[in-house]
Design a protein around this ligand. Structure first.
Ligand SMILES: [Zn+2]
Length: 663
């Protein structure tokens, strides 16, 4: 996740070379796009647009069923233990406190393989991301599982971090001689982003006003140091400044704080940050002038591009400016072009102008960042296609990247995984490449994906239910329990389902006293028929139930799916059943390459017993039980047709998802 600038320099010469090429491409594009950006003022605020849906405070939605089991697996494994798995990066580096970065710091253990490089102390922000993205997932997981021991531990960590706040409100990783005085790579805003996202989650659970005051003071300290329209927080003399540009995600903190406090100044500051980010000479795809030119493909570091998507959304909704809407529309098209069948976007660190295909890797961090982007757009637009995209990436790419039984993920994985031995499908060109394999840490590459693997499940859960002006909206479907109130009447809804592995839902609605409101259940776009135990109207892709709900109302919904044949961006065929992308699972042998002292935690590689890339020649396909389907495929080695059974991609290790078509 943090493989630009310094990190590239410090690690793999090959990647540094690629970055150099990308820089040249970006700089060649710069003159062309800068000229276009001057035509109108896209950053002018016209009228901010309120979100169409309202998210609920963290902890209003709790998991049940398989989602709860997934969280428990994480808490028993990497999320519950990452601090002790990499104590040098988390426990022994008080980067926000006693070990803040100062001119006296000469080196820092950052986990990854490092080498001599042309760096400055302000570059050494990495451990702040590792610590706080881990903490964010850890806090949310502990709370959602109501695990008292882990909640108490999370509380102590939060208290210790809040105790580092200076009198002027500063919370961060730099001592006074460095802070806010940069003209190059730094982690000022990014370190605050990861920290404050975690603390906001804690505040929403604890509701302690002192915590909110501390967050506001920290944000106000930034806004004072970087005054709106009179400063340049993204200024850098080096166009490759990964920590600096990660800092645009500070809009996450600002938007959440605006929701809690209802203060518009935080929303306006989002627009300012995006404006300043767009002004700079930096190698980032999400700059306005690049977005409005549809001929410029996504080139940059994938995880930046996908997290910046939310900042562009924030800027558009803050400004209500149609010029910004054009940029957003183009961004959506560009992301579409790099997306694979599973929903994973190309991001084997860099996108590099490539289109999505089954053999290109996606980073786990990118899956989390893009999923949150889709949820953000759903919240702002109420357009149910974005709920579909969020579910798609989570149920397919993310669950297909997570080890089915062990607590481990791949840092990089592809839809068509024929080998997971370190390099992409067995590639050994880069001896340092270890990302395509399972680990609960991935310390050799960077400890970025594991923290985000601990965030993706709770973030999905907390956004399953939202509100609109009329009532409640089941936006993302799955087993959950909602506790909220409408017009001061407590309402709880228990959603019982095996979805996405089955498409039947039982909702138990319990209002403390009878109350009329609309209950909207998202109708998935793949549903070819709906059975419902109560009458409904279908409006804008939602089933709308408008009635009086009492203490034990019940609703059962059954969506019918069918097997559909689809095409990837590069015209390969894949199959989908309802929400689940299907694959040919390849039998593999596991080699455990390292075991940790915590029971069940391993690093491992997988080799196919018989890797064959099948081809499709318009053969028949037939539905089979358990979401499977049988399809006639051509074995290119024997030249013969074979009947393959395709199964859901979720929870597979080696597999082929997309198939070249042959006449
Ligand atoms: Zn990562």
């Amino acid at each position: 996740m943090r493989k630009t600038g310094l990190s590239t320099n410090m690690e793999h010469p090959k990647k540094y070379f690629i970055l150099g090429l990308l820089s040249i491409c970006f700089l060649q594009l710069k003159n062309k796009v800068m000229a276009q950006s001057d035509v109108k003022n896209p950053f002018q605020k016209i009228k901010s647009i309120p979100p169409a849906l309202q998210t609920l405070p963290f902890y209003a939605v709790q998991p049940s069923g398989w989602l709860k089991m997934e969280l428990q697996k994480n808490l028993n494994g990497f999320t519950g233990h990452l601090d002790s798995l990499v104590p040098d990066l988390i426990l022994n580096d008080a980067i926000y406190g006693a070990k803040r970065l100062s001119k006296q710091v000469k080196s820092k253990n950052l986990g990854a393989i490092s080498a001599e490089g042309d760096w400055q102390v302000q570059f050494l922000w990495w451990n702040s991301e590792t610590q706080c993205n881990w903490l964010d997932g850890y806090i949310r997981t502990a709370i959602l599982l109501n695990n008292k021991k882990h909640i108490a531990k999370a509380g102590k960590i939060v208290d210790a971090l809040l105790a580092t706040q200076d009198k002027d409100g500063y919370l961060g990783i730099y001592d006074p001689e460095l802070r806010y005085k940069f003209d190059n790579e730094n982690g000022e805003l990014w370190a605050k982003t990861t920290l404050l996202r975690a603390i906001l989650g804690w505040y929403e659970y604890k509701k302690d006003p002192q915590v909110l005051i501390a967050i506001e003071r920290a944000v106000d300290n930034v806004m004072k140091a970087y005054p709106i329209d009179q400063s340049s927080p993204f200024h850098t003399i080096n166009p490759n400044a990964g920590g600096l540009t990660h800092g645009l995600a500070f809009t996450d903190v600002l938007e959440q704080l605006a929701k809690i406090t209802r203060k518009n100044q935080y929303i306006d500051y989002c627009l300012f940050l995006y404006k300043d980010f767009s002004k700079q000479v930096i190698n980032e795809d999400a700059q306005y002038a690049k977005l409005i030119d549809p001929s410029i493909s996504l080139m940059g570091h994938g995880v930046h591009t996908y997290e910046h998507f939310r900042s562009v959304l924030a800027a558009y909704y803050a400004s209500g400016n149609p010029e910004m809407k054009n940029a957003l529309t183009n961004f959506l098209r560009k992301i579409e072009n790099v997306t694979t069948a599973s929903g994973g976007p190309v991001s084997d660190e860099f996108i590099g102008g490539r289109k999505g295909n089954g053999l290109l890797g996606y980073e786990f961090c990118s899956l989390h960042e893009l999923m949150i982007g889709w949820i953000d757009l759903l919240e702002k637009s109420a357009d149910n296609q974005y709920a579909e995209k969020a579910e798609h990436i989570f149920f397919n790419a993310a669950l297909g990247n997570t080890h089915p039984t062990e607590s481990a993920i791949c840092y990089l994985k592809q839809d068509n995984s024929f080998q997971l031995t370190g390099g992409n499908n067995g590639d050994t060109t880069d001896k340092h490449q270890t990302r395509y394999r399972y680990s609960p840490v991935h310390k050799e590459a960077a400890v970025c994906c594991i923290p985000n693997a601990g965030r993706i499940v709770p973030y999905f859960i907390q956004n399953m239910w939202m509100k609109d002006g009329q009532g409640l909206v089941a936006a993302l479907l799955g087993p959950s329990i909602l506790n909220t109130s409408l017009s001061n009447t407590p309402v709880s809804i228990t959603e019982t389902t095996e979805y996405p592995f089955e498409n039947i839902f039982a909702f138990q609605i319990a209002a403390k006293s009878p109350i009329r409101f609309t209950l909207k259940i998202r109708k998935p776009q793949w549903a070819i028929a709906v059975k419902s135990s109560l009458p409904f109207k279908e409006v804008n892709g939602f089933l709308v139930f408008d009635q009086v709900w009492n203490q034990s109302s019940k609703l059962v919904i059954d969506f019918t799916s069918e097997i559909s044949k689809k095409f990837t961006v590069d015209k390969e065929v894949y199959f989908q059943n309802g929400p689940l992308v299907l694959c040919h699972e390849i039998i593999a042998s596991q080699q455990i390459t390292k075991s940790y002292t915590i029971a069940g935690l391993h690093e491992s590689t997988y080799q196919a017993i018989q890797p064959i890339s099948y081809q499709y020649s318009n053969g028949q396909y037939t539905p089979k039980p358990n979401n499977c389907c049988s399809v006639w495929m051509t074995n290119p080695i024997s030249g013969k047709q074979e009947l393959l059974v395709l199964k859901p991609l979720a929870r597979t290790i080696l597999r082929q998802v997309s198939f070249k078509t042959i006449p």
